[in-house]
Design a protein around this ligand. Structure first.
Ligand SMILES: [Zn+2]
Ligand SMILES: [Zn+2]
Length: 390
């Protein structure tokens, strides 16, 4: 397998870093230990500059090539945060912290970018600057947006940007990508249903919020089936239903309904808040209740640029050969906030095979150490191919 030998040479060192991150997971923007370790290693490798606290706790480092007269910069992004999940694995690098776990493999992504930093600092076989972006709070915290709002793209003059995510059950040594929509836009909603509580034995004196909420949940399911074209991909999931009482014999005053929506098309997305609002409000009225809807826009569609997808594939080809790259995969309806970076700068996002594996966010998940050199080689090839020395 034509992995760049340099990475095979220090794979064991990378595994040590990865296990260290895995044992000490941190959440959202609160990453003191992780960022300290990243900065220590970047300094040791000899990067040209490091700036921390970009987008609260993000880190941006620059590596200059043997020449910089191309005036071009390429951005590489890794996410650093873990999840509030209790790990059930029993291996020696298991999380040491209750209810925190690297269950999405961001420990692997951070390690890959550190490996790339070490390699590029030693070789510098490129003309221009490589900008390494270590991002906080990918898991629903708005970390990418915080870094973009802190002028990441403009201040570091990034011309194109790339990122990767491991993919469970894609074989190690394979990549998967597509141009256009790769991952979904992801939004959230909350509906508060209010009625008139009372004695459960005397329902005719109440306006039953539990019944109204049940009808709202069913009606919401009909938005996708009746209001959205069959050719569009939209998901609406109600994920929570809670009342203000635990008693068996009390009709609650208030019920809270929560859920998420996913889209690959921005126009469908823009129609959803009013569809949910009309459905919830009108259904509630039929039961003598009222409903208030709060709809929150989350991350946008991760929309790979056509040209940059080709560059990403070319870089992967040199690592694993064309036969090990899937270029026509179906989009995944999970959200990924790398989309915020792609909204400001051309680029592409690729999936890296994690081998047989529990799924993302599962308490049995682990990043596959064997995937590290493949991810590193892909980034290194991108730097050398997109910023050629001559
Ligand atoms: Zn995740
Ligand atoms: Zn993730």
């Amino acid at each position: 397998m034509p992995i760049k030998n340099r990475f095979a040479d220090f794979q064991n060192e990378m595994v040590t870093w990865r296990h260290n991150f895995h044992e000490h997971p941190e959440l959202q923007f609160d990453l003191p230990r992780t960022t300290k370790k990243v900065i220590e290693l970047l300094k040791e490798f000899g990067v040209n500059s490091i700036k921390n606290e970009v987008g609260k706790s993000g880190i941006v480092a620059e590596i200059h090539g043997q020449k910089v007269d191309s005036g071009r910069s390429i951005g590489f992004r890794a996410d650093m945060d873990a999840l509030p999940v209790s790990e059930v694995n029993n291996f020696s690098h298991k999380s040491k912290i209750e209810n925190k776990m690297h269950a999405c493999g961001h420990d692997g992504h951070t390690t890959i970018l550190l490996g790339v930093a070490k390699y590029l600092c030693e070789t510098r076989n490129f003309n221009g600057r490589v900008v390494l972006v270590f991002q906080p709070a990918e898991e629903g915290g708005g970390g990418a947006k915080a870094m973009v709002d802190d002028n990441l793209i403009k201040n570091w003059d990034i011309n194109e940007i790339y990122g990767l995510h491991n993919l469970p059950n894609l074989p190690v040594g394979e990549f998967a990508i597509k141009s256009g929509a790769l991952m979904a836009a992801s939004d959230f909603f909350e509906i508060i249903v209010e009625g008139k509580g009372g004695h459960a034995a005397l329902p005719h004196f109440s306006n039953d919020t539990t019944l109204a909420s049940s009808a709202i949940v069913l009606a919401l399911q009909q938005i996708v089936s009746r209001r959205v074209s069959a050719l569009q991909s939209v998901v609406l999931s109600v994920t929570g239903l809670s009342t203000d009482t635990m008693a068996h014999n009390v009709t609650p005053d208030t019920v809270r309904i929560t859920g998420t929506t996913r889209f690959l098309d921005e126009q469908e997305r823009q129609k959803m808040p009013s569809s949910i609002q009309k459905t919830a409000e009108s259904t509630a009225v039929a039961y003598g209740c009222s409903a208030k809807v709060r709809y929150e826009f989350g991350v946008s569609v991760t929309d790979n640029y056509v040209e940059n997808t080709e560059f990403a594939v070319a870089a992967a080809k040199e690592v694993v050969g064309a036969q090990n790259i899937k270029t026509d995969i179906e989009p995944i309806m999970a959200g990924e906030d790398f989309s915020e970076m792609l909204s400001q700068c051309p680029g592409a996002f690729i999936f890296l095979g994690n081998g047989p594996s529990a799924s993302w966010h599962n308490p049995s998940y682990d990043f596959n150490n064997e995937a590290l050199p493949f991810g590193c080689s892909w980034f290194a090839n991108l730097a050398e191919q997109r910023l050629p020395l001559d």
